[in-house]
Design a binder for this molecule. Structure first.
Ligand SMILES: Cc1cc2nc3c(=O)[nH]c(=O)nc-3n(C[C@H](O)[C@H](O)[C@H](O)COP(=O)(O)OP(=O)(O)OC[C@H]3O[C@@H](n4cnc5c(N)ncnc54)[C@H](O)[C@@H]3O)c2cc1C
Length: 410
């Protein structure tokens, strides 16, 4: 039975993370926003050392056997919410398991999980990234053109193509000995059935970061283009069982969807943390101006600002509950494609609405760089773009409810 009370173990973790957010994120938020492509190493090294001391990697959703009921994804959602309350861009620089490792966890064999994820427990911070998007293949992931061809003589996969908008790609390949997961097709005529994920490790010849984006928001996080030119990876770096190679079923695409089912609620949690930060700062700024929210009064007696703030609180809370349901389902092994996309749609809408309204209510102070409201307004937009845009996740929700396949409702 789902329980909305935060488990005690998670409360403890969040208390620690709040200290990190207060002391290592907020004070440098503006600096890393204004100095795009600078790396917050103090934060990164601290998170890495802390995670090692606890015997794991910062962002792994794994459960220890001692824990009783599985709460790994719930814990991750709470951690991400709190880190994003600190700074949604710096949070994306957390070492030890992001989208690339989510793909490894969702699609890899037990041996591959151990081989690739063990490096996060090493001495230096290590990063990972996931490369799906290409020019002409964003929302329609089945249109990817990056190819993987098996060299039968050397038993290596040869990858060719270009990936764009890769979060943390620079950190994974250049700033650390990490890895990226590249989605490529082993049969361009087969559409989604030909898609497979491949791990490309830092330092692999033929894999190069070619461009760093300059962005509207989450500027503390690097977003890059990556070119793969005759890039050879070992046969065993295809994620999942090698036997699926000859199988025409949609194993690869299902792997992509399984990855998104796990990661979309986490992206939603990022949005919720940012929205909560905004609402709290808004209320503080209003209080400084002598405006407090008179909860409990009949609605007709409230000012329009009070109504706005209360409406925002309702939106925030309802969106967070959708996230909690989606991660609870992950933890309990229940199919959650519907809840995962729902939580992402809702949280994306809510964070954009709350940050926009906060800037509007505070007027010039909302627009000024003296406060973080304008930054958070810019940081919010990404929640509605990556891991499937708002429109695409709405399509997923509609298909799930109506029982349509993607070919029937697009
Ligand atoms: C900062 C940033 C970081 C990113 N990080 C990553 C990453 O780490 N890895 C990765 O692989 N990708 C990443 N992306 C890419 C992101 O996932 C894509 O931008 C997103 O999926 C949209 O794809 P697109 O840009 O090609 O837009 P398009 O697919 O061209 O869509 C353009 C617009 O049309 C709408 N649209 C498209 N199809 C439909 C439809 N059928 N019905 C209704 N509306 C539709 C979309 O919602 C969107 O509004 C990142 C993007 C950004 C901006």
């Amino acid at each position: 039975m789902i329980d909305f009370e935060t488990p005690e173990k998670i409360v403890g973790v969040c208390t620690v993370i709040k200290t990190v957010a207060d002391n290592m994120m907020r004070p440098v938020s503006r600096h890393f926003d204004e100095n795009e492509h600078e790396i917050p190493w103090d934060y990164i090294n601290f998170m890495h050392t802390a995670a090692r001391a606890m015997g794991g990697s910062s962002m792994a959703p794994g459960d220890s056997k001692k824990e009783g009921p599985r709460i790994g994804f719930q814990r991750l959602a709470h951690m991400v919410e709190m880190l994003s309350w600190g700074d949604a861009g710096i949070y994306l620089d957390t070492p030890g398991g992001m989208l690339g490792s989510a793909a490894v966890s969702a699609t890899g064999t037990p041996e591959q999980k151990e081989r690739f994820l063990a490096r996060f427990r090493g001495e230096t911070p290590t990063f990972d990234a996931m490369c799906m998007t290409e020019a002409g293949a964003g929302s329609d992931t089945s249109a990817i053109r990056t190819t993987a061809v098996l060299d039968k003589n050397t038993k290596e996969w040869v990858l060719n193509g270009e990936k764009i908008f890769v979060t943390a790609g620079h950190k994974a390949l250049v700033d650390s000995q990490g890895f990226i997961v590249v989605w490529a097709t082993i049969d361009p005529s087969a559409g989604r059935a030909g898609m497979r994920p491949f791990v490309v490790e830092a330092g692999t010849p033929g894999c190069q970061v070619t461009k760093m984006e300059h962005k509207l928001g989450i500027r503390a996080s690097d977003t890059v283009s990556i070119v793969l030119q005759d890039c050879r990876v070992p046969f065993d770096n295809i994620l999942g069982s090698p036997e699926v190679v000859t199988d025409k079923a949609t194993t690869g695409f299902k792997g992509a969807m399984a990855t998104f089912d796990a990661t979309r609620p986490i992206v939603a949690a990022q949005a919720i943390g940012l929205a909560r930060a905004t609402l709290e700062l808004l209320k503080e700024m209003l209080a400084e101006k002598g405006v407090t929210i008179r909860y409990g009064l009949p609605r007709q007696k409230l000012t329009s600002i009070e109504k706005d703030v209360i409406d925002m609180e309702i939106l925030l809370r309802s969106a967070w509950w959708l996230v909690l349901k989606a991660v609870w389902m992950m933890d309990n092994g229940k199919p959650n494609a519907l809840e995962s996309s729902m939580s992402k749609v809702r949280a994306g809408d809510v964070v954009n609405r709350i940050t926009q309204k906060a800037v509007e209510i505070m007027g010039p102070l909302g627009y000024s760089r003296e406060y973080l409201l304008e930054k958070w307004f810019r940081d919010a937009k990404i929640s509605d773009i990556y891991e499937g845009t708002g429109q695409i996740n709405r399509l997923v929700v509609a298909r799930q409810i109506l029982g349509y396949r993607s070919s029937e409702l697009r």
